[in-house]
Each structure stands twice: as structure tokens, then as C-alpha cells.
Design a protein around this ligand. Structure first.
Ligand code: S3P
Length: 168
């Protein structure tokens, strides 16, 4: 399947890059968080607080299982925690080319410090939490990725251009 999948930590730019890439490549854009919210008819934060993280992770896997059955080609942004499950990484490989938008914790913190929609960062000391989570997650992102873009010093135009070159 010639889908393009964007992975990376929260705030790495998956949705913004994904939407622009979708326009450039003329492939419709999908976002697993938005698909889950639509299907469940509640927000991600509500899913976490009402049913817990494991329940949400199962919805993510279900979402990938739905995507794999779709006809057509898409640009797909997936939630930051989705590549952690080994089975999800296997599904990603089957679905298409995986681009990892790699950013350092300071970049992520600056982008997310005013954000209230990420339940996993709602506790005290989000900066430390970001560092900690990125440390444990990066090996899974690396394992899932076909190509990696270091986005810290790049604007969105440069990221799109780079992504275009890498998937040619
Ligand atoms: C999560 C990232 C979020 C969303 C949920 C959990 C994570 O998606 O799926 O809040 O575990 O990193 P984004 O990466 O699109 O923010």
C-alpha cells in the first residue's frame, strides 16, 4: 500500500505536516486521534479519564485494523503512543511508508506548554515527563520508522520538502 504514515512524539508536527503533505501528494489525510474521537463521540481526554489508557490503546489498534482495510492511498498521522505496541508497529509496516518526525524535548516542551488536550502531560513538571517519555519511546519510533526527519531546526515547508524527497 502506498500510504504515508507520520509518527513521533506529541507536538512533533504530525498533524500539520500531514495535512500539508496530503495536499501536496493529493492523498486524503487521516488522523487516528480524530478517527477515534469521531467513532467514540467523545474527546481523547474524556476517553482517558472515563476508561483509562489501556482502553484507548485498544482503540488505536482497532483504528489501524480499520485503516488497513481501506481502499485508496492516504497520508496518516498517528497518536504519539501508538508505535509503542509491537503489533501496531507490524500493522504500520503493512500500511505504508513510515516517517518519523524526530524532535528534541525542548522543542516539544515549547510547543506544548500552553496545550491542555494531552492527558499524559497534564500532571506536574511536564518538562521532565516529556524527557522521560521520549527516552523510553525513541527506540520504538526508530524501530517503526522507514525514514527519519530531524525537525528541530526546520520550518514546515522544509519538512514537507524533505519528506517529499525521502519518499520519492
Ligand atoms: C498520546 C498522544 C496523543 C494522543 C493521546 C496519547 C501519547 O496524540 O493519542 O493523548 O501517548 O503520546 P498526538 O501525538 O497526536 O498528540
Amino acid at each position: 500500500m502506498s500510504n504515508i504514515i507520520l509518527i513521533g512524539y506529541m507536538g512533533s508536527g504530525k498533524s500539520t505536516v500531514g495535512k500539508r503533505l496530503s495536499y501536496v501528494l493529493r492523498k486524503p489525510f487521516l488522523d487516528t486521534d480524530r478517527l477515534i474521537e469521531k467513532k467514540e463521540d467523545i474527546t481523547i481526554s474524556e476517553i482517558f479519564s472515563m476508561y483509562g489508557e489501556e482502553y484507548f490503546r485498544n482503540l488505536e489498534t482497532g483504528c489501524l485494523e480499520d485503516i488497513i482495510l481501506q481502499k485508496g492511498e492516504y497520508v496518516i498521522a498517528v497518536g504519539g503512543g501508538l508505535p509503542i505496541r509491537e503489533y501496531n508497529r507490524e500493522l504500520l509496516k503493512k500500511i505504508g511508508t513510515v516517517i518519523y518526525l524526530r524532535a528534541n524535548p525542548d522543542t516539544i516542551y515549547e510547543r506544548l506548554k500552553e496545550d491542555t488536550t494531552r492527558p499524559l502531560l497534564s500532571g506536574v513538571n511536564p518538562k521532565e515527563k516529556i524527557k522521560e517519555m521520549m527516552k523510553t519511546r525513541s527506540e520504538f519510533y526508530e524501530a517503526a520508522a522507514d525514514v527519519t526527519i530531524d525537525v528541530d531546526d526546520m520550518n514546515f515547508e522544509e519538512i514537507i520538502e524533505k519528506a517529499g524527497e525521502l519518499i520519492e
